[in-house]
Design a protein around this ligand. Structure first.
Ligand SMILES: O=C[C@H](O)COP(=O)(O)O
Length: 247
């Protein structure tokens, strides 16, 4: 049985004052039936880890370098994230792939670095609108998964997040049939790639809100969500956590 995961990605948002949202979130879900994760900007990871106190909320970074240390100005390594209090890290988010030209091979290297540092890698994949409309979505996400999954990936150290690029921050959401088709394909692909395929959690991400979370979580092989905008405020994220608890 896969434990469900409600993950938030604050992206390049959040100042120290916003840690009040973590207090509100943990107070709203003192003993959650699902895993909760917030991927914070690097500047807030240590303070967020302090702010959660003894709550089970997990904290993640949003990217990491493939190397442990070195002359890479402005980058952050997986051991640094771990040292700051993170247990997870996003790798291969489409905004990283677009803004920083990260390739599947780069993402696999980052995920391997995360694993070596004892972090869970949340590997993000997803097709563009052109790829969806030209009928290539399943080929694209399958190729991304094959290229981004490093050797040594296990059910314990890896989560896959399917985020169609066209659904991120747009209010557009695939149909539940489309989500089910992709997640079923991802599960089948994982079976080809690793022994623990049944245990790997598959998240859906892209315009998830309290109002649509329930129907998304009812789709087979959707084990949770990766939420951007609606994770910034506890009042918005809490209904998503509750919907997952009730799924
Ligand atoms: O990492 C999160 C995704 O990019 C989804 O963002 P969104 O919920 O604002 O659409």
């Amino acid at each position: 049985m896969r434990r469900k995961l409600a993950a938030g990605n604050w992206k390049m948002n959040g100042l120290v004052d916003d840690l009040s949202e973590i207090k509100a979130l943990t107070e709203a879900h003192p003993d959650p039936d699902v895993d909760m994760l917030i991927c914070a900007p690097a500047t807030l990871i240590a303070q967020m880890a302090w702010a959660r106190g003894t709550h089970a909320l997990q904290i993640g970074g949003q990217t990491c370098h493939a190397e442990r240390s070195g002359a890479h100005t402005g980058d952050i390594s997986a051991p640094m994230l771990r040292d700051a209090g993170a247990s997870h890290v996003l790798v291969g988010h489409s905004e990283r792939r677009t803004d920083h030209g990260e390739t599947d091979a780069d993402v696999a290297g980052q995920a391997a670095a995360a694993h070596a540092a004892g972090l869970v890698a949340v590997i993000c994949i997803g097709e563009t609108l052109d790829q969806r409309e030209s009928g290539h979505a399943l080929t694209v996400i399958t190729d991304q998964l094959r290229g981004s999954l490093p050797p040594g990936a296990t059910a314990a150290n890896t989560v896959i997040a399917y985020e169609p690029v066209w659904a991120i921050g747009t209010g557009k959401v695939p149909t539940t049939e489309q989500i089910g088709e992709v997640h079923g394909t991802l599960r089948a692909t994982l079976r080809d790639l690793m022994k623990q395929a049944e245990g790997v959690r598959l998240l859906y991400g892209g315009s998830v809100k309290g109002s649509n979370a329930g129907e998304i979580f009812a789709v087979a092989d959707v084990d949770g969500a990766l939420v951007g905008g609606a994770s910034l405020k506890a009042a918005d994220f809490s209904p998503i956590v509750s919907a997952l608890e009730n799924a």
